[in-house]
Design a protein around this ligand. Sequence first.
Ligand SMILES: [Zn+2]
Length: 567
Amino acid sequence: MLKVRKSLIILSILGLQLSCSENSESKSAEKIYYNGNIVQMTAEGAIVEAVAVSEGKIVACGTSEEMEAYRSDSTEMIDLDQNTMLPGFIDPHSHLTQGIFELTQANVSSPPVGNCMNIADVLEELKAYKEDNNIQDGEWILGYGYDNELLTEKRHPNRFELDSVFPNNPVVIGHVSLHMGVCNSAVLEKVGFDENTPDPEGGVIGRNEDGQLNGLLQENAAFAMMAIIPQITLEEKIDLLDDILGMYAENGYTTIQDGVSNEYDIEMLKAGQEQNKFYLDVVSLPDARGFDALLNDSTIEFGVYNNGLKFGGVKIIGDGSPQGKTAFFTHPYCSHGNCDDTSGFRGQPNISQENLNAIVKKAYENDIQVNMHCNGDAAIDMLIKAHEENKDFAIGELRTVIIHAQFINPEQLKKVAELNFTTSFFTNHAFFWGDAHLKNLGEERAFYLSPMASADELGINYTNHTDYLITPLDPMFVLWSSVNRVSRNGVVMGEDEKVTVYQGLKSITKNAAYQYFEEDSKGTIEVGKLADFVVLSDNPFDVDPMEIKNIKVIETIKEGVSVFKLK
Ligand SMILES: [Zn+2]
């Protein structure tokens, strides 16, 4: 053990020298950040005191004294006051454009995100929203984030409850998973669903025992309903975009994602790009459901930044959410505590194998990265199958991303290590839905959720995300959940899969840069890379692991420019 540690220290010193001494010729830097605890993320333990920056890039790093060689009268000296500085956080998966919902809809989430403990609270929240926003009869009322598992009734609200309070407005409340929602009668009428409507493929129209519609729409039935919700104007969206970008900056993210962009989202992102809005790097993943149109659109170029916006790859939705029991599993969900019944409900895919194969083939032929939302292991099998069938069409390095890989099984994990896929995990589930997963999936599967330690051991490039607005946009909470894996009820969701602080940070810095093919310019603090930094209130390596979530971002720096500062 001692020997291993020693070689690790030597390695990290070597790494440190390599990454800081490339530029031996000293010249005046525009800015020098000094007197800090600068965690480079090049290797565990690689720490410097100071870093010199010019033209948005790192020109040197080392001790505060060494950086004097880069100082001139015009150099701005920034005292880090011994605070911890890291590479700017890279968001491997969230939903930038859906963040606009948060600003235009009622928050019907349960704590800690919102205030709803029961269905009456949900209705009260919607009523208050209607009043505060002076919403007239006939106008839509939208809410986001309810979670049936966290309401005291342990069920979804229904159309009758919504009708009783809002007989004259179309009302929709979105489930926290974004894969289902409940609407009232006015909306059912608008979308054209009645008792005689069959369930669409890959979707469920909820019904009571007597066959009456209850307002719950899942997966493709929910997506059909969402499609008729009136859009706010492009100008309104662009205004709100500033607020959303501000939230990402406040949380230390310097590269951010729009995790599924439909045609309206792309329209808004392009407008933001034209209006020079993107002071953070934005990676958009266009929805595969519009793939043909995208490939024929000459204004969309994949894989390169253009004024702050990059189309990073295509996004496929493979299945639903495990807490909503719409994720697609090889073995059924547990029923009334029985996890051994092999004939039970396994969830279902959102896409046929045939369609998936066609999209993967097109992506490979056009050298476009595949990003697929897969929560259950059966959905992951579909992706592996589509890859195997189409791998000969690939013309470049793939780095396929399994978004969530929440319930990947040990065999699949070995397979994706061979294939050099990235698993973009979601360890926040341990806290938010760990208790529900234990009940619905049993201990063996639940304790192996987002198996980050095993992925690290296999040499997989893993990242870790918030899936905002599914969980709060807070990278310190993400780190906390990967290091502690504690549920709301205090259960440790798999002791063996806890990771170290360094491993947890890798998943939101250097590994995320690799996921985006940006490891040459981002993810570590080294000479030649972008001066993207985040300064924290406390050192995550020093605090009690359970306190990590209380660490605050005190400054965010994008290419040498301060874009957020805590007041
Ligand atoms: Zn997502």
